[in-house]
Design a protein around this ligand. Structure first.
Ligand code: CP
Length: 305
């Protein structure tokens, strides 16, 4: 593969190969000097048109740990503010001899568009509600680390399904690896044609938590919901109906809690749940660094470390 646009383009074997490489990089992170010079002749631009903490910082840290030259672009301080188009922006950046572009954008399909504008390898760091492939890779890697395998696991993804790129990439990837996925949430946060996503659909949190090995909660993306002041259910009602609580952890002792972040504490889950020993949310973040090192290494040509 030259690019990482979405997991729809990656086979089961491709995904397994990335996760296998990520294991090596996870070990590198535990070394006293967690650096490998595998990208020392590469120049990478991180092109973020939307806010990010985990994805942007872990890509940048991964690139620096691997010795790449890194430049960061953010809309607020760029000539985008003067009206420069996306195509002109990327062609100008590419003229500075860039090897790889990591892009996040609010519009689905922007990473695909960039592949037609420049020769560099394009890595999708989240495009609208379409895909967030590195998040799904780090989620699957975390499940492998915590539960031994993704194959055969029952995975519940709970929350704002309509606006989530994380759920789309995870359903694609997890099904390729042989998991059973159930999406759960209020009808108002389920997309039209929900069955086309290829997962089981549940509107009942208790049944879903009783069933699953992993409960992954998703943030309610208020910034993408029109008329969010009249939201039904309201955030308080949502928490009552679909929030994971400490009493759920006691009642259903078998499931592991995940969340891609950022968390709305007290909405998707009680704060104590996020901080409990059943949650692997910060492990997901550490694993994100290893997974991003692996994908950068593979897309740059994959010399041995
Ligand atoms: N999970 C995730 O994509 O987080 P950020 O938006 O902070 O990158």
């Amino acid at each position: 593969q030259k690019h990482l646009l979405g997991l729809a383009d990656y086979s089961k074997e491709d995904i397994e190969y990335v996760l296998e490489q990520a294991k090596t990089f996870r070990e590198v992170l535990d070394r006293p000097v967690p650096k490998v010079p595998t990208l020392r002749d590469k120049t990478i631009v991180n092109l973020f048109y939307e806010n990010s903490t985990r994805t942007r910082l872990s890509f940048e840290l991964a690139q620096k740990r691997m010795g790449a030259d890194v430049v960061n672009f953010s809309t607020s301080s760029s000539s985008t503010k003067k009206g420069e188009s996306l195509k002109d922006t990327i062609r100008n950046i590419s003229s500075m001899k860039i090897d790889m572009v990591v892009v996040r954008h609010e519009s689905p399909g922007v990473p695909h568009f960039l592949t037609r504008c420049v020769d560099a390898a394009i890595l999708n760091a989240g495009d609208g509600a379409h895909e967030h492939p590195t998040q799904a890779l780090l989620d699957m890697f975390t499940i492998q680390q915590e539960l031994g395998a993704v194959e055969g696991k029952k995975i519940a993804i709970i929350g704002d399904i309509t606006h989530s790129r994380v759920v789309r990439s995870n359903i694609i990837g997890m099904k390729k690896l042989g998991a059973e996925v159930t999406i759960c949430g209020p009808k108002s946060l389920m997309p039209n044609h929900v069955n086309a996503l290829g997962a089981n659909v549940s509107y009942n949190l208790e049944e879903t938590l009783q069933w699953c090995d992993v409960a992954m909660a998703l943030r309610i993306q208020l910034e993408r919901i029109e008329g969010s002041t009249d939201l039904f259910p309201s955030l308080r009602e949502y928490h009552q109906l679909f929030g994971i609580r400490m009493d759920h952890l006691e009642k259903y002792p078998q499931f592991t809690v995940m969340h891609p972040g950022p968390i709305n504490r007290g909405v998707e889950m009680e704060s104590e749940v996020a901080d409990s020993d059943r949650a692997v949310i910060l492990d997901q973040v550490t694993n994100g660094l290893a997974v991003r090192m692996a994908i950068l290494y593979l897309l740059s040509g994959g010399v041995r470390i």
